[in-house]
Design a protein around this ligand. Sequence first.
Ligand SMILES: [Zn+2]
Length: 281
Amino acid sequence: MEPYVEAWRCLHQHPGVAALLAGLLGTLFGSFANVLIYRIPHRLREEWKADAAAILDLPAKEIARDDTLTRPSACPQCQHRLAWWELVPVLSWILLRGQCSACHTAISRQYPVIEALVGLVFAAATWRFGLTWATPAVCLLSLLLVTAAVIDLKTQILPDTLTLKALWLGLGISVFGIHLSPQDAILGASAGYFSLWLPFWAYKLLRGIEGMGYGDFKLMAALGAWVGPAGILPILIIASLLSVVGGIVHLRRTKQSLRTAFSFGPALTTAGLVVLLWGPL
Ligand SMILES: [Zn+2]
């Protein structure tokens, strides 16, 4: 028998090993998420500045070519080129004790946390969906969702480039019978969008306050395409509870009023992944 057929059968028989391998692969994708978390808001700001200059008839602003993905990784402080072992997800941060090996500038805890988080979600998806096409699809979705949630947390922006990709991916794969039926995926996306759009407008008309952003509606539509109409209510309940807890922690730490902008994206994403990975199939 071909060796790869043998390996595949072995992974079928040992789902724990498959989940572990997927988790290790996930930490590499987590490193990629860290790059995107840095790059996307930076890029968006550049594009908005260029658009604003064009609308205001100011001299055109050239957008610098983005080489974040091709440039070799270096310390942003001292430009020290990272050795291969300094690029190993999670472990390198622990071995370096959270410092650059050359200039000892602290490296944000965000890096290992995101790497470990994406790894865990990849492992959970593999455990849940086994060796089917749904597993790589859900892994890709989780990469988009974790990236979107962290960007929202840091900048209060939910980039279309992430939420809409998650939506079209969910609708697209349903046509091939992967994960949901097309009917459930479309109904879920539609129900997801309006489940936040309607209360947003009701609240705005009654109180004149905008409680959410349009990014939240698009994110909810994307989640709906993956959990179907039945998953919408559980997501809203879990996300609301998470927001209340998150809101209290945020208020205690920053002593700001409740009126200050508070991103709903991280709670929605977490709830979406919980329903997708632990909800009824
Ligand atoms: Zn350095």
